[in-house]
Design a protein around this ligand. Sequence first.
Ligand SMILES: Cc1ncc(COP(=O)(O)O)c(C=O)c1O
Length: 415
Amino acid sequence: MSEKVRRSIPFNTPDISELEEKEVIDTLRSGWITTGPKTKELEHRLAQFCQTSKVVCLNSATSAEELNFRICGIGESDQVIVPAYTYTATASAAIHCGAEVVFVDSQKDSTEMDYEKLAEAINEKTKAIVAVDLGGIIANYDKLYEIVESKKDLFKAKKGDDLGARIQQSLGRILIFADSAHSLGAMKDGKMAGQVADFTNFSFHAVKNFTTGEGGASTWKDIPGIDNDEIYKQFQLYSLHGQSKDALEKIQIGSWEYDIIGTWYKCNMTDIMASIGLKQLDRYPKMLNRRRQIVSQFNKACDELGVMHLDHYGDNFASSCHLYLTRIPGINDQMRREIIIKLAERGIATNVHYKPLPMMTAYKNLGWNINDFPNAYNYYENLITLPLYTKLSDEDVEYIISNFKEIVSPYINKV
Ligand SMILES: Cc1ncc(COP(=O)(O)O)c(C=O)c1O
């Protein structure tokens, strides 16, 4: 072992300071703990941070993505294109709405979709494409907009005058959604995550860069002819039982009466969660810097070893440095599993992001077969995700690097 003292490094630990603790206590003592002023403040501050007009905070990114589809009127008889290489929520949110998911393989040695195959998958039923900002790196939305513009003649907007129909009619093309569960704070070509797709969802789950325990948010780009307040109001209705007044409005003098507009969902954010988020947001720029420092140390080690890794920053982009994916050249799945165990024996927990969805039972049962996604499989086969979070000390980072080098070196190009 390269260091005498064995460390114990979990895959992730949330970074919660005294500031978050105090803010939560303040909320608990305030007499108002569910959706209320702190949730509204967090929405307002996140919109400023993402440089978008509005943000809606919810209980998860999965709810945010599902409501994004519902707001846009996407549902039964529609197809939604999703990368095969992602977490289940990207696809399941579309399935919850009744849409049919169409998987697209990745480009060779990339987490991004193969844009030629994506263009071929588009037909008259295609209503939406979801791109994933995997690991915190903003995907190629310019390319996606170019593709949907070139396929405009195939697009059939929903008929009618409900909000979803009007959004589809106004855009007049396939809608682009960003699953930015990993990428709050990422930027590309001068734009923040949240500003690039038509609708975006973020995750504030416990393992994410920015957490509210569980939690998530939606934001969107302004749409010609559609009032952002109408969109915001519809999110509120969808997330709170279709109730015409939220709990705070109902306690105003004489305001007990409310209507139920639709038999909808319950996925609001509480003020307890939002209070964690408010202090995370104060600390977030520093947290992003720390992540970037760790990434640059990992990059140096991987480059010396000849191990492939995601590129988290370049001239025109900076990711949120959420996940550090490494790929060991020439190893197979069995060897990858051995390496993960050897690292674990030295106290280093690692992970795999992701086992492609067509390998999972639920998606196999829907008829998908991993043999049709060779690039996604090849990317997965030799992949190990290293721990990357702000609570790692410099000594932890050195320990991960030295043990990773020692364990991985003998495997490189072994097959
Ligand atoms: C790519 C991606 N999308 C969506 C989600 C769902 O996030 P949440 O747990 O907040 O619903 C995750 C969660 O890990 C994810 O990794």
